[in-house]
Design a protein around this ligand. Sequence first.
Ligand code: SF4
Length: 284
Amino acid sequence: MKKIFLCAINNILSGTCKEDCKFCTQSIRYHANIQRYTYKDITQIVAEAKKAKEVGALGYCLVTAGKGLDDKKVDYVARTATAIKKEVEGLNLIACNGTANKEQLSYLKKHGIDSYNHNLETSEEYYTKICQTHTWSERYETCENVKSTGLALCSGGIFGMGEREKDRDSLLQSLASLSPESTPLNFFHPNPALPIKSRNIERNEALNIISKARSLLGNNKLLMVAGGRELLFNGYEQAMFDAGANAIVIGDYLTTSGISPSSDLTMLSALGYAVETQCHTSKV
Ligand code: SF4
């Protein structure tokens, strides 16, 4: 029976970012109507991680808003990872904390982080249209740092932000050059506060991206449909899995609601899929 890997997200520091990514409600520049807080209580995070594990999550991603890590944030994420690993067995912990150097990444690894997520977001050519406060090459460099420290790399992007097909192909090629253990594919979720007003992607194009990604990234990697799944694939999940996806995000996203875990578990069972309970790569 084919198995699907489930990954849950916890936004542990939300909505306080000074960068200008035009797709992101967590930038303070766009005044989106979202929850904003710093440093969620670690006891609460551990309790939320336990709940995610109970509904089948194997990956658990600790996300902080902001351009990258600093000493305080590294210490906080490391303490959170250690607390989760002590209390919850069998979760693969992913940190997603922006730009990171090798020393910071090694510190996180030492304290229980298994994988680091840093998305390239879009093609190198289109990147300046969606962000002016930092560069695509900084993103790529962080991904290389992740690999060199021995953490599993999780890197993907967002589709439907006004980019052309050649940008989508270019992004997939760049991702393939990094050979990530896991690749999240997000489909832009419009918000009236954001400068990018609409989503230029249809279901058939998204399916095409999934199958291109699968053939470029190889069969032994995780290919995850993440943000925007509920907008494009609700009721069409079989097509998404047939195209090559073998992982999904369950529960809520960073600032938008997802499908309830119980509905997703019902959907997977109705389609004849089991929930993955073990990692098959050595790192993720
Ligand atoms: S750096 Fe990250 S948190 Fe900040 S605006 Fe960009 S995507 Fe959002």
